[in-house]
Ligand binder design. Structure first.
Ligand code: SF4
Length: 437
C-alpha cells in the first residue's frame, strides 16, 4: 500500500497548496491526460469565527482544480456538498476566487444534478443507492474532506463526503443504527480515486455542524482514500477502532488495520498534539432542563440521538433553552418515564419510541426527519430565549408565516449585525417547513 502523503501547510495560499497537491499526485503516479475529473469538497459553512473549522476553503478547491489541470485533465468540475441545514460556502467565494476557479473548472451544483442507480459489490446493508451521475461517470474523482470531528461518525471522512452527495431525503434515511455499514456500501459504489484533507485549520468538538477551530497546518492526501481517512483520524488522535466504518473497511483489507504509513514532508512536520476534543452526541446531561428517557437496546448516535443533539447544540449556543423543563424520549425499549412534563414539552422521537407516542409530540420515522426535530425543538425552546438572532429565528419558527417571510426578505439572517447569525447557522430546512405551512 502506498504511503499517505503529509505536507506542512500553514496558510491558505492557492499557489502553495496547488504545488503540494501536484507533488502528491505525481508521487503516486497519477496520470490525468484527457481525463474528465471531479473534485468533491466539504462545503459546510458557518457564520462567525468558526468558518474555517467547518468546510474546505476556496483556496484548497482552486488548488485542487489547478493541480489536476497541470497534470492534463481535460474537463474539470468542482462540486461542494453540505450537511442538511448548513448553507453552502461556495456562495461565499469572492468574485476573484470564483473567477480563478472558473478558469480551470466548472462549478457544479450537486443538489440539482441527475442521479443514477449504483450497486455496491458485497453490500453490508442495501443493494442500491442513488448517486449523482457526474460522480459515477467521471474518470477521476478527488475527494476533499475537512479534517473535523463528527457527532454522528466520530470523524468526518471521504466516505462521509460521498454519502453527502445523495439527495437529502435519501441520505437522511440512512441515518440509523447501520449508518457506518451504509457508508462502507456507498464507498464501494464509487470509491474516489484520490483524497486530500484540508487540515490547515481543522475542527474539533461539536462537528460536523458546530466544530471549534484547531490549527494543524497540514495537507494529508493519497491514492487510497480509506487509508487517507485512517491517517487523518490518527493525526487527530483516533485509532481505527474509534471509527466504525474505517474498522469495517480494515476488516475487508481495504485500508490499514492499525496506524497508516505516512510520508511526511518536511520530516518532523507532525508535532505532538493532544487528541481532538470529541463531538458529544449524547443528550442526557447536555442541558439541565431537559430530562431524557432513552432505550438501552437502540439509541442511535447516527440517528435519533445525534439529530436531537444537533438541534440542541444550535439552541444552547443561542441561549435559547429557557429553563422550562422538557422531556425527550428516544430509542428502544422505553418505559413510561418517572418524570412527565406537559405533553407540549415532551418530544417522543423515532419509531422505536412509538409505544409512548401519546404522552408527547411524536415525530415518527427511522430515522425521523431531522427538520421535524429541529422544528419541534424550536417551538419548545425558542419562544422565550434571550436576544440574538438564533433565538429570534426560533421565535419566528413559532410565529405567523408573514413574520418569517418578512424577516427573510429584510435579510435579518445575514449575520451582519451585533449578535447576528447567518442563514447557515440555522436549520433552513426548518425555515422551509414554516414557509410551507
Ligand atoms: S428509530 Fe430507533 S433504530 Fe431508528 S434511528 Fe431512532 S433509535 Fe435508531
Amino acid at each position: 500500500m502506498k504511503p499517505v502523503r503529509v505536507a506542512k501547510q500553514d496558510i491558505y495560499d492557492s499557489d502553495e497548496i496547488s504545488a503540494k497537491i501536484k507533488e502528491f499526485l505525481e508521487a503516486d503516479g497519477v496520470k490525468l491526460k484527457g481525463a474528465r475529473a471531479l473534485a468533491l469538497f466539504c462545503d459546510d459553512a458557518a457564520g462567525g469565527g468558526d468558518t474555517d473549522a467547518k468546510g474546505v476553503r476556496a483556496e484548497v478547491v482552486i488548488a485542487a482544480a489547478e493541480a489536476m489541470a497541470a497534470l492534463g485533465a481535460e474537463k474539470i468540475a468542482v462540486a461542494g456538498v453540505a450537511h442538511p441545514g448548513c448553507a453552502s460556502r461556495t456562495s461565499r467565494f469572492s468574485a476573484e476566487q470564483t473567477a480563478r476557479l472558473r478558469a480551470t473548472a466548472e462549478i457544479e451544483d450537486i443538489r440539482s444534478m441527475s442521479r443514477a442507480r449504483a450497486n455496491p459489490d458485497n453490500p453490508l446493508t442495501q443493494m442500491e443507492f442513488r448517486l449523482p451521475k457526474v460522480l459515477l461517470e467521471s474518470d477521476f474523482v478527488m475527494s476533499l474532506p475537512k479534517a473535523k470531528t463528527s457527532a454522528m461518525t466520530t470523524v468526518c471522512s471521504s466516505m462521509d463526503l460521498t454519502h453527502q452527495t445523495m439527495r437529502d431525503p435519501d441520505r437522511l434515511a440512512l441515518h440509523d443504527f447501520r449508518l457506518h455499514q451504509k457508508l462502507v456500501d456507498i464507498h464501494a459504489c464509487r470509491t474516489p480515486d484520490y483524497a486530500v484533507y484540508d487540515a490547515i485549520v481543522a475542527g474539533e468538538g461539536q462537528g460536523p455542524m458546530n466544530p471549534s477551530p484547531r490549527k494543524l497546518g497540514l495537507l494529508v492526501g493519497g491514492s487510497n482514500p480509506a487509508n487517507v481517512d485512517v491517517a487523518m483520524a490518527n493525526l487527530m488522535g483516533y485509532g481505527i477502532h474509534d471509527v466504525a466504518h474505517l474498522r469495517l473497511l480494515a476488516d475487508r483489507g481495504e485500508c490499514a488495520s492499525s496506524a497508516a504509513t505516512m510520508d511526511v514532508r518536511p520530516e518532523g512536520a507532525i508535532g505532538r498534539s493532544a487528541r481532538f476534543r470529541d463531538a458529544e452526541w449524547d443528550i442526557e446531561g447536555a442541558c439541565p432542563w431537559i430530562s431524557v428517557t432513552g432505550g438501552a437496546e437502540k439509541y442511535c448516535p447516527g440517528g435519533c440521538v445525534g439529530f436531537i443533539r444537533q438541534a440542541m447544540d444550535a439552541l444552547v449556543g443561542a441561549s435559547a433553552l429557557n429553563g422550562t423543563p422538557a422531556h425527550i424520549i428516544a430509542g428502544r425499549p422505553v418505559n413510561y418515564p418517572d418524570t412527565v412534563v406537559d405533553r407540549e414539552r415532551t418530544l417522543v422521537v423515532g419509531d422505536c419510541a412509538q409505544a409512548l407516542a401519546n404522552i408527547g409530540v411524536f415525530i415518527p420515522g427511522c430515522p425521523p426527519d431531522i427538520s421535524a426535530i429541529e422544528f419541534e425543538m424550536m417551538k419548545i425552546f425558542g419562544t422565550k430565549g434571550a436576544n440574538g438572532l438564533k433565538t429570534r429565528m426560533a421565535v419566528k419558527a413559532g410565529m405567523p408565516l408573514d413574520s418569517v417571510v418578512d424577516a427573510l426578505r429584510r435579510g435579518v439572517f445575514d449575520g451582519s449585525g451585533p449578535g447576528g447569525v447567518s442563514a447557515s447557522e440555522i436549520a433552513m430546512s426548518a425555515v422551509k417547513r414554516v414557509l410551507d405551512q
